[in-house]
Design a protein around this ligand. Structure first.
Ligand code: UDP
Length: 358
C-alpha cells in the first residue's frame, strides 16, 4: 500500500514513519514543515520526505493524496499551553486546514485515518455533576460515552471542540457518501522525541513529561499544577504505533468508519505520583554525581497556563474495541514507559552537556 503521512515530523509521526520504514511493507511518503525530528530517521534511504504545508501547498498535497492508498492525518497543534495562548490558531489548523484534507480524500475516494484526541471526552461526568472523580473510575468508551466540555470562557476546550467537530463531519460523510475513515483517539502517549525540553531553544511550554525531565536534568522545580491531583494514563509510543499499524492494515476492512481509543488503562496515575515515580526512576537508573535534586512544588493552573485553562480531571481509556478488532494491547507498564522515554532524553542531553564542557 502507499501510505501518505501528513504531519510526519511530529512526535507520533516520526515514530510511526520509523516503524513503517522498518517493516518495509508499505511505501511511505512523509510530509511536514518541521524537519528536526524526522532528520533522526533520514539515514533510512527508503524515507520519502517532502517539506510541504497542508495549509499552503494544497495542489502538491492534493496530488499526493490522489497517488496514495491511505492518508494518515497527524497535522495538529496538540499542546495544552497553545490552546490557551492561541485558540484561533488551534481552531484554524485543527479544524479548517484538516477539513481540506478530508475534502481531498473524499474527492479522490481515499481512506483517511484521522488523528483526534482523548480530549474530545472532556471532563468526567463525575466532575460535571460536582462529584469527585477519584471515587468514580469510569472508562471512556468510543461509541457510548458523552463528550462533556467546560464553558466557552475556558478556551482550552477549543482544541477538543475542533477535533470533535472534525470527527462528527467524518461520521456524517460516512453516512451520506459511504466515506471510508478511521479515527484514533490517543491517550497520553510518551516516548522518544516527545516535545522539546523547556531549556532547549524553541522548547516553549511542553507537556508534563518534558517539564519534569527538564527538572531532573537541569534543576528547575517540578511544578504540580493544582497539586498534581488529576489523572492521566500513559502509553509507550511503540505500543501505540503497533496499534496504528494494525489500523493502517485494516484487516477485513474492520476499521472502516470506526473510532479507536489507543491507551493503557493499567498505567493510570495522578500527576503527583507521576512526578514521584519519574524522580525515583531517574535517581535509580540515571543519576550522576553533580546532578541537581529538583524541588517538587505546587502551583495554580492559572499561574502555570494563564486564564482560560481548565483541566481534564481523569481520562481512563476503554480499549476493548482495539482488543477485539485488532488483537492489540500495550505491553509496557508505567515504569517501563517512563524508563524508555527518559533514557532517550538523558542520552541526548548528556551528549549536549559533554559537548558544552569539552
Ligand atoms: N502539569 C503539571 N505540571 C507541568 C505540566 C503539566 O502538573 O509542568 C499537569 C497538567 O495540568 C495536567 C497534566 O499535568 O493535569 C497533564 O498535562 P499535559 O500538559 O502533559 O497534557 P494533557 O494530558 O493535559 O494533554
Amino acid at each position: 500500500m502507499k501510505v501518505l503521512l501528513l504531519g510526519a515530523g511530529g512526535f507520533i509521526g516520526v515514530n510511526l514513519a520509523e516503524r513503517l520504514l522498518a517493516d518495509g511493507i508499505h511505501e511511505t511518503v512523509a510530509i511536514d514543515i518541521q524537519e528536526e525530528k524526522i532528520s533522526e530517521i533520514s539515514h533510512n534511504s527508503a524515507l520519502k520526505y517532502l517539506h510541504l504545508d497542508i495549509s499552503k501547498d494544497e495542489a502538491e498535497v492534493d496530488k499526493l493524496v490522489a497517488e496514495s492508498d491511505v492518508v494518515v492525518d497527524l497535522v495538529a497543534f496538540a499542546n495544552p499551553s497553545l490552546y490557551v495562548e492561541d485558540p484561533v490558531g488551534v481552531y484554524d489548523l485543527n479544524f479548517t486546514q484538516n477539513l481540506k484534507v478530508v475534502d481531498q480524500c473524499r474527492r479522490h475516494k481515499k481512506r483517511l485515518i484521522q488523528f483526534s484526541t482523548c480530549e474530545v471526552y472532556g471532563i468526567t461526568a463525575a466532575k460535571a455533576f460536582g462529584l469527585d472523580s477519584r471515587d468514580h473510575p469510569i472508562p471512556f468508551i468510543e461509541d457510548e460515552t458523552p463528550l462533556i466540555m467546560g464553558p466557552v470562557k475556558n478556551h482550552r476546550w477549543i482544541y477538543a471542540c475542533a477535533k470533535q467537530l472534525l470527527e462528527r463531519v467524518l461520521h456524517a460523510y460516512g453516512i451520506r457518501d459511504d466515506f471510508h475513515y478511521s479515527i484514533i483517539r490517543p491517550f497520553n502517549f510518551i516516548g522518544p522525541r516527545i516535545d522539546y525540553l523547556p531549556s532547549e531553544a524553541g522548547g516553549g511550554n511542553p507537556r508534563v513529561f518534558s517539564h519534569f525531565m527538564n527538572a531532573l536534568l537541569y534543576g528547575t522545580p517540578m511544578k504540580l499544577v493544582d497539586g498534581g491531583r488529576n489523572y492521566r494514563a500513559y502509553t509507550y509510543i511503540d505500543d501505540a504505533v503497533d496499534c496504528m499499524v494494525r489500523i493502517i492494515d485494516n484487516p477485513n476492512n474492520i476499521c472502516d468508519k470506526q473510532i479507536y481509543n489507543i491507551g493503557t488503562p493499567e498505567n493510570e496515575t495522578t500527576i503527583a505520583e507521576f512526578a514521584r515515580l519519574m524522580k525515583q526512576i531517574f535517581d535509580e537508573e540515571f543519576k550522576q554525581p553533580g546532578d541537581p535534586d529538583p524541588q517538587i512544588i505546587s502551583v495554580s493552573a492559572e499561574e502555570f497556563y494563564g486564564k482560560g485553562y481548565e483541566d481534564c480531571d481523569r481520562r481512563i481509556p476503554n480499549v476493548d474495541k482495539a482488543r477485539s478488532h485488532l488483537n492489540w494491547r500495550s505491553k509496557h507498564d508505567l515504569r517501563s514507559t517512563i524508563y524508555h522515554t527518559m533514557k532517550y532524553f538523558v542520552n541526548k542531553h548528556r551528549v549536549k552537556q559533554t559537548a558544552k564542557t569539552a
